[in-house]
Design a protein around this ligand. Structure first.
Ligand code: AMP
Ligand code: MN
Ligand code: ZN
Length: 890
């Protein structure tokens, strides 16, 4: 343990912040504790008992609302809530996180405050992870993939192409805060990225080295650009629309511009004859130029045109762009290396077509399949006379066909592919990345010589094998870039790849999510993996959470756009739930022991499931101030309400506490007007999962209802009281066993209780119904407040003793602080962390699901990444999910 860690823990909330005595190390570590072990024991004990206590709090949906109607309980909750919030603020402040937890009365701030907690957890866990790694001897900062200086927190505007697009756009665009963001290069592009759902049309407009001239469609590009109706449309889309309209040149538009030249390309004698391998120059003796101006690019092109071969490679970024971005081009001649900024020179790189399509110049690539597509898509570049060393490696049947392996095999160079997945958008490009990039092409001309020689040797000097590689390479250069096109069936392709069986509803959810993700990705120019990774999309489709929070719970970490549009997603999932299930599917689900997910089944209540009761509904249950007429707002719920009930609608609170309603009597959300439904969902989305632990002043239950035998509250109240009697009896029984001498006394007490119970039952029978009480309450001169607040006086009092436990919260004073006793965690029952209540399997439990999911995702044997791995932050460009999953392993 090093000093910094000790200092951290000495400042923690458990410790005395004033004692920072460096001399007395043990004291400094944990004041008041013998050693770290003692401190941990105490800490665990405290956490354990707090968890135990919170797990035994009344749960929402059961007794909670009833308990809330007791002022004592309310006060207690409020006090504890304040304490908790204060503690949280302290912890957050200690860790330098923003915390404004005090203004907890504002409903609107809930979501923001929830985010604050999540962010702080991130920071703290990250720190814990780093410290644990450090203690483990791992120094994570020694492997920078994004060099320091490029990770400064920045706010970026996620909507692309909107920079300076007029006034007011700022507030309309989404603003995402990420710790590791890079300015979006797309903002600099002169020609907008065309993410429209239309086929790709080549960018080319001049064709060097043409045998067959470029169709007029492409040469007229400049003129077409001036079509006034196309002003707001990306050029390629405008062309497409124009072509569709006029039905001109359709064939030309989609053919390979160099198809003819490639078809008629013949290998010269020299390309098939045995070369004399020309050794590469050592890296440190080779000039390396960074090309970022048009001038330099033109000079480079002139240089290249004089050569007989050069090597090319590209670096690409795919996470924060829909189609992907070519970020860098490396070119190596026998004497020099060039690194070209293809972001800066994106619009100018087409000039290299002069060298790239010259059939007299060999272009050496390694694994050019993607490169061919990227060149066309972003730069309008084509290759005539390609040699792919990857194809050569295959033909030679080498052990592996990666560039690393060729470098080892022919150049005895150990390459470090660490930067392959680096974020190549970074500018200025760090030196390490430049070095990495140039080594991708630097050795290729020499490897080209070696493999050609070997291919000929392999075939006893016959050119067949080498010819085969040339042909394969030509096929690769004939590849055309195809833009991903969304169709109504696209989702099925993806679904088929996953070996999951979805029922009708789940498949519908998957289809809707897929469409949402595609649309948003195109619109925001983000990869689909960034918007919503496929594994999360599967999870949501599988679970079909009933509430927005459930959707969030399916995602770890939560993608920013999912968080932003959780309501939209929630609507989609709800839409999927409304699909009728096939009979076989219902049967299959029953077999699995699951309740079939049906529309009528939206009555399950998870801890945060408020899909049936909204905050606004609860407000309206207020007995006291609510104008009587307002009860009619909800008259739809109970159309048979008679006059009495109408007058006392405020008292018929049970109708508004949906937890107490039977499913059949619940109002169908479909029957609500669209506006109300939307409002309800918006309000639901603000639901704070911690709400049940916070005192809320919004739950109102008419106390009279507790004494109305026809009401659910009455039933619960009765059950609760009986339970409390049982509880007491149990306790007494336990005492009986322990102390036999008190046996008699105990008996007496039990008898007394029995009697009391009887008298209580009797007394309950005399309690007037809600209706009677209401009638009483509206009599002139009777104040309504009295009915609501002072039930005891207007109803016969049950035995005082029996009410005692109900009144208890009012009377309890906070217990005096106990003298410190170290907790022995060996004695503790760790099961209490699971909470008191057995969870219903059919019920969606966000925590359970996400834990399972996390476990499953983690490959076996992988060392815990500690805080870093658990962090919910979204790391731009470097997330393993969403980025890697788009890529076949090379
Ligand atoms: P390379 O040809 O190896 O330099 O790779 C070119 C680009 O392809 C890199 O900049 C990456 O964007 C991408 N790439 C290569 N290999 C992988 C991989 N295994 N996973 C994801 N992306 C890759
Ligand atoms: Mn490459
Ligand atoms: Zn590369």
């Amino acid at each position: 343990m090093d000093y910094s860690k000790r200092k951290d823990s000495s400042n923690s909330v458990f410790a005395d912040p004033n004692s920072e005595n460096n001399d007395e190390e043990k004291e400094d570590l944990c004041p008041g504790f013998k050693d770290a072990d003692a401190f941990v024991k105490y800490g665990l004990g405290a956490v354990l008992s707090a968890t135990k206590a919170s797990a035994s709090l009344p749960q929402t949906g059961d007794e909670y609302d009833f308990y809330r109607s007791f002022p004592g309980f309310q006060e207690f909750c409020e006090r504890q809530g304040d304490k908790l919030l204060q503690g949280m603020s302290q912890i957050m402040q200690h860790h330098g996180c923003r915390s404004h937890m005090r203004d907890r009365n504002k409903l609107t701030g809930l979501e923001e405050r929830f985010d604050l907690v999540v962010d702080s957890n991130d920071v703290i866990l990250e720190r814990v992870g780093i410290l644990l790694d450090e203690a483990d001897g791992v120094n994570r900062s020694q492997q920078p993939v994004l060099p320091a200086g490029f990770q400064a927190p920045k706010i970026v505007v996620s909507s692309w192409n909107r920079k300076g697009s007029g006034s007011g756009s700022r507030s309309e665009t989404f603003r995402l805060l990420h710790a590791k963001n890079i300015v979006r290069p797309q903002l600099k592009f002169r020609e907008k990225v065309d993410n429209s759902n239309t086929p790709f049309v080549p960018k080319i407009f001049i064709k060097p080295n043409a045998v067959k001239p470029l169709p007029s469609y492409f040469t007229n590009k400049q003129i077409r650009k001036e079509r006034p109706e196309d002003l707001d449309v990306p050029a390629a889309l405008a062309d497409f629309i124009h072509q569709q309209r006029t039905q001109e040149h359709v064939e030309d538009m989609f053919s390979h511009p160099y198809q003819y030249e490639l078809d008629h390309f013949t290998l010269t004698e020299s390309l098939l004859s045995k070369p004399q391998p020309l050794m590469y120059k050592p890296l440190d003796e080779t000039k390396c130029s960074f090309i970022e101006t048009l001038e330099d690019l033109v000079a480079l092109n002139e240089k290249l045109c004089k050569l007989s071969e050069f090597a090319v490679d590209l670096e690409h970024h795919s996470y924060r762009s829909f189609l992907g971005l070519t970020c860098l081009m490396q070119i190596s001649t026998r004497d020099e290396d060039f690194i070209i900024d293809t972001i800066e020179l994106r619009g100018e790189l087409y000039i290299l077509n002069e060298a790239f399509t010259d059939p007299a110049i060999v272009k050496i690539f390694h694994g050019a399949d993607s490169d061919m597509e990227w060149l066309q898509r972003d730069l309008g570049l084509y290759v005539v006379n390609l040699f792919d060393t990857h194809q050569a490696s295959r033909a030679l049947n080498l052990a592996r066909h990666s560039l690393d392996h060729l470098l080892k095999h022919y150049c005895t160079v150990e390459s470090d592919k660490r930067y392959q997945l680096a974020d190549w958008r970074i500018r200025p490009l760090p030196e390490e990345m430049v070095q990495y990039a140039r080594s991708d092409t630097h050795f290729l001309p020499y490897i080209y010589d070696c493999v050609r020689e070997q291919l000929l040797d392999f075939n006893h000097g016959q050119p067949g094998l080498l010819q085969c590689v040339w042909n394969k390479s030509k096929d690769i250069s004939l590849k055309k870039y195809v833009k991903p096109i969304f169709t109504e069936e696209s989702y099925l392709e993806l679904q088929r790849k996953q070996k999951r069986s979805f029922n009708t509803q789940q498949l519908t959810a998957f289809r809707l999510l897929f469409a949402w993700r595609d649309k948003l990705a195109r619109q925001e120019d983000e990869s689909t993996g960034f918007v919503l990774p496929t594994h999360m999309m599967n999870k949501i489709s599988e679970e079909m959470p009933k509430e927005p929070q459930g959707i969030i719970a399916c995602c770890n970490p939560v993608p920013p756009l999912v968080r932003q549009q959780v309501n939209e997603l929630h609507l989609l999932v709800q839409q999927a739930r409304e699909m009728p299930l096939l009979k076989a599917e219902i049967a299959a689900q029953k077999k699995k022991g699951l309740t079939p997910i049906k529309k009528a089944d939206v009555t399950l209540f998870g801890p945060h499931d408020t899909s049936r009761v909204s905050e606004s509904d609860l407000h309206n249950c207020s007995t006291d101030e609510m104008p009587i007429k307002q009860g009619m707002l909800f008259a739809e719920d109970e159309p048979k309400m008679d006059v009495d009930e109408e007058n006392t609608s405020g008292l018929v609170a049970k109708a508004k506490i949906t937890q107490f309603e039977e499913p059949e009597t619940q109002n169908d959300p479909e029957s609500l007007p669209v506006g109300q439904m939307k409002a309800r969902r918006i309000i639901e989305s603000f639901e704070n999962p911690f709400r049940m632990y916070l005192p809320s002043n919004n739950v109102h239950i008419s106390k009279n209802a507790k004494f109305d035998p026809s009401s659910k509250i009455f039933e619960i109240s009765k059950r609760w009281k009986l339970q409390s009697i049982e509880q007491q009896q149990k306790e007494l029984d336990a005492k009986k066993k322990a102390k036999e001498e008190k046996k008699e006394l105990t008996k007496k007490v039990a008898d007394e209780r029995k009697k009391a119970k009887q008298s209580y039952q009797e007394s309950l029978q005399n309690v007037p119904t809600v209706r009677e009480q209401a009638a009483e309450s509206v009599k002139p001169g009777t104040k309504r407040e009295r009915v609501a607040s002072d039930v005891g006086e207007s109803t016969p009092k049950p035995s005082k003793k029996l009410l005692k436990s109900a009144e208890k919260p009012e009377k309890t004073e906070p217990p005096p602080p106990e003298p410190f006793k170290p907790f022995d965690y060996r004695k503790s029952d760790l099961k209490v962390f699971a909470g008191n209540k057995p969870t219903d399997n059919t019920q969606f439990d966000p925590n359970r699901q996400s834990n399972d999911f996390r476990k499953k995702k983690k490959p076996k044997g992988q060392k815990s990444n500690s805080g870093g791995g658990k962090s919910m932050s979204y790391m731009a460009g470097k997330s393993d999910r969403g980025f890697k999953h788009n890529w076949p392993k090379r």
